[in-house]
Design a protein around this ligand. Structure first.
Ligand code: ATP
Ligand code: MG
Length: 569
C-alpha cells in the first residue's frame, strides 16, 4: 500500500472524550472515526488489525472443531419472548418495529437464534457435539458507552455456542473453548489471565473471563502468587477465618455524631480506625423486601455475592425515603439494634467486638456494640469484595491485585435456553432430552483496543506483529531524489513479492513529519531509505518496540526483513 494513495488520517490532538490511551491512539492513528456515541466507523488502517484478530479467532475456533455460520442482526421478538428475555433484558436491548408493526431487536447476543437453528435441524445424539460460531456485529444500548471500541454500542463479537447431551461432554466442550481462548490471546501477543468469574445462579467454576492486564481496565482481579488461582473480585471467594471474635468489654452507649454520616467521617470524629465501625446497608430486593446487610467498616459489599445469596434478579441500595421509613433515620445512621428487618452479615463481622454502629436516629451512633448481646444476625456469609491483602482461598498464599479488561468470556449455560425453547434430541435409547449448552464470546474490537493499552508509549502504538495492520513501513525520505525513490520502490516491490504487508511512505512530507506518523501508527518494522546511507549501499532499520538502529545492506534487505517478520509472527 502506498501511503500517498491510502486513507490514513492521523491527528495531532486526541478527541476531547478520549480518556484512555487506546481510544486516543486509535483515533489519532486514523483507525476509527466516531459516528455517534458508542458507534464507530472502522477506517482502513483499523480494519486491517480487526481482520487479523478475527482471522486468529477463526483459525483457533476451526481448530477446536467449531463451525462458522452467520446469524442476523435483526432478531424477531418472538424468539426472545420464548426464552423469556424480551421482558428481562432491559434497556440495553434495542427494540424496533418493521413496516408491518412486527417487533424486533438488534441482537446483543444470539442464544435465541442459535437455539432456534439447532432445535429445527438437530434431532439425534449422533449429530453431537455441535459448536456453532459467528463473527458478527452486536448492538447493546450501553448506558455509558466509552473508551472507544472498548465499550461501544455497536461492536464486533465472536460468539460460539456448544450443544451436548451429557454433562461430561458439555464440560469437554467448555474445556476446548477455554484452551482455544488461551491460544487466541497468546497469539495476539497479549499478557492475560483467565479468571474465575461469577456464573450467577448456575454456580460452580463454570465461567471464566479472559482478562488483559491493563491499568485502565474496568475490572478488578486477584491472582495467587503461589498457585493457579485467579478470579474477578466480583467472584473471588474469601476464606472464612476460624478465629474467635475478640472479647466483649464495653457496654452499648449512645453517642452524638452530628452530621457524621460516612464511615470515614464517623471514624475521624470518634478517632477510631474504619475497621472498628460496622457498616449497615439497607438494600431492596426485587420482591420488594428490605434487608439490612452488615459489613466491617473498611470492607466493600460485593453485590453479586449478595444477589447469589438472596436469589432473584436484582438488589439495589434502598432509596433515602425508604431508608427513613424502615430505619427511622436518614442514610448514614442505620444500625442493626432494634431494626425490624432481616439482618445478614459478612463473615468478617463475626470477628468484631466493641464496635460502632448507627443508632437509627439522626446524628447518633452507638459505641461498644456487640453481636448477640445487642442484636442478632440471621445469616453470616461471604458478602464482601476481595482485596489484595486477603489470603488465597485455595492455598492460603498471597494474592496480588490487578486491573483487567475483559476480552473474552466462556460460560457453561446448562439447559436454560434448550428448556425454554424446546431444544431436544433423541438419545441412544430413543428418549427425548434437552441439550446442554455453553456460550463463548470474544470482543474483537475490544481485543485490539486492549492490545494497544498494553503496547504503546508516549509517541504512539507499538503493534505486536501478529495483529499489526502492516508488518513493514518503508519511509522514502526524499521522493524527489531519483536514487532514493528507485531504491524504495524496488524494496517495496520485493517485499510485496515475498508476501510481506508493507506500507510505503511516499508522501511529499518532511522527514520529521514522517517519523512522527511512523511512531504514532506503530508498524513493527521501519526501514528508512535516505540518500546518505543509500550511497553506502544501506538502508536504516529500526524496530518500533525499541533497540538500536541497524544498517541493512540493500541487496539482502528484503530477505532479511522477511525472516524477521516470520520470526515475530
Ligand atoms: P461487560 O461486563 O464488559 O459489559 P459482558 O459480560 O456484558 O461484558 P459478554 O456478554 O460476555 O460481555 O460478551 C462477550 C464479550 O464481548 C466480552 O468479553 C467483551 O469482550 C465483548 N463486549 C461486551 N460488551 C461490549 C461492548 N459494549 N463493547 C465492546 N465489546 C464488548
Ligand atoms: Mg455488558
Amino acid at each position: 500500500m502506498r501511503y500517498s494513495q491510502y486513507l490514513l488520517p492521523t491527528l495531532k490532538e486526541s478527541p476531547a472524550d478520549a480518556e484512555i490511551a487506546s481510544h486516543q491512539l486509535m483515533t489519532r492513528a486514523g483507525m476509527i472515526r466516531k459516528v455517534a456515541s458508542g458507534i464507530y466507523s472502522y477506517m482502513p488502517f483499523g480494519l486491517r488489525s480487526i481482520r487479523k484478530v478475527e482471522q486468529i479467532v477463526r483459525e483457533e475456533m476451526n481448530r477446536a472443531g467449531a463451525i462458522e455460520c452467520l446469524m442476523p442482526m435483526a432478531n424477531p421478538a418472538e424468539l426472545w419472548q420464548e426464552s423469556g428475555r424480551w421482558g428481562k433484558y432491559g434497556k440495553e436491548l434495542l427494540r424496533f418495529k418493521d413496516r408491518k408493526q412486527t417487533e424486533f431487536c438488534m441482537g446483543p447476543t444470539h442464544e435465541e437464534v442459535v437455539t432456534d437453528i439447532v432445535r429445527n435441524t438437530v434431532n439425534s445424539y449422533r449429530q453431537l457435539p455441535l459448536n456453532l460460531y459467528q463473527i458478527q456485529t452486536k448492538f447493546r444500548d450501553e448506558i455509558r458507552p466509552r473508551f472507544g471500541l472498548m465499550r461501544g454500542r455497536e461492536f464486533i463479537m465472536k460468539d460460539a455456542y456448544s450443544f451436548d447431551l451429557e454433562e461430561g461432554d458439555a464440560d469437554k466442550s467448555y474445556e476446548k473453548m477455554y484452551q482455544a481462548y488461551r491460544r487466541i490471546f497468546a497469539r495476539c501477543g497479549l499478557k492475560f489471565r483467565a479468571v474465575e468469574a461469577d456464573s450467577g445462579a448456575i454456580g460452580g467454576a463454570f465461567s471464566h473471563e479472559f482478562m488483559v492486564l491493563a491499568e485502565s481496565g474496568e475490572d478488578a482481579i486477584v491472582s495467587c502468587v503461589s498457585c493457579e488461582y485467579a478470579a474477578n473480585v466480583e467472584k473471588a471467594e474469601i476464606l472464612c477465618s476460624a478465629e474467635a471474635g475478640a472479647a466483649v468489654t464495653l457496654p452499648l452507649k449512645k453517642v452524638a455524631t452530628p452530621g457524621q454520616k460516612s464511615i470515614d467521617e464517623v471514624a475521624a470524629f470518634l478517632q477510631l480506625s474504619a475497621d472498628k465501625l460496622l457498616k449497615t446497608l439497607i438494600v431492596q430486593t426485587d420482591s420488594d423486601e428490605f434487608v439490612a446487610v452488615l459489613l466491617r467498616g473498611d470492607h466493600e459489599l460485593n453485590e453479586i455475592k449478595l444477589l447469589n445469596l438472596l436469589g432473584g434478579d436484582w438488589v439495589v441500595m434502598a432509596e433515602e425515603a425508604d431508608v427513613v421509613r424502615v430505619t427511622g433515620a436518614p442514610t448514614g445512621f442505620a444500625g442493626p439494634v432494634g431494626l425490624k428487618l432481616r439482618v445478614i452479615a459478612d463473615n468478617a463481622v463475626r470477628q468484631m467486638s466493641d464496635f460502632v454502629i448507627g443508632a437509627n436516629e439522626k446524628d447518633c451512633h452507638y459505641t461498644g456494640a456487640n453481636l448477640d448481646r445487642d442484636f442478632k444476625v440471621e445469616i453470616f456469609a461471604d458478602l464482601r469484595q476481595a482485596v489484595g491483602s486477603d489470603p488465597c482461598p485455595r492455598c492460603g498464599g498471597e494474592l496480588e491485585s490487578w486491573r483487567g479488561v475483559e476480552v473474552g468470556h466462556v460460560f457453561k449455560l446448562g439447559t436454560k435456553y434448550s428448556e425454554a425453547m424446546g431444544a431436544t434430541v433423541l438419545d441412544d435409547q430413543g428418549k427425548s432430552r434437552e441439550l446442554i449448552m455453553g456460550c463463548y464470546g470474544i470482543g474483537i474490537g475490544r481485543t485490539v483496543a486492549a492490545s494497544i493499552e498494553q503496547n504503546h508509549d508516549e509517541h504512539g502504538i507499538i503493534w505486536p506483529m501478529p495483529i499489526a495492520p502492516f508488518q513493514v513501513l518503508v519511509v522514502m525520505l526524499n521522493p524527489k531524489d531519483d536514487a532514493v525513490r528507485e531504491a524504495s520502490e524496488d524494496l517495496y516491490a520485493e517485499l510485496l513479492d515475498l508476501g510481506i504487508e508493507v506500507l510505503l511512505d511516499d508522501r511529499k512530507e518532511r522527514p520529521g513529519a514522517k517519523f512522527k506518523d511512523a511512531d504514532l501508527i506503530g508498524i513493527p518494522f521501519r526501514v528508512t531509505v535516505g540518500a546518505r546511507t543509500l550511497k553506502e549501499g544501506q538502508f536504516e532499520f529500526k524496530a518500533r518496540a525499541g533497540g538500536e538502529v541497524e544498517m541493512l545492506p540493500v541487496a539482502e534487505a528484503a530477505a532479511e526483513l522477511k525472516a524477521r517478520v516470520v520470526a515475530a509472527l
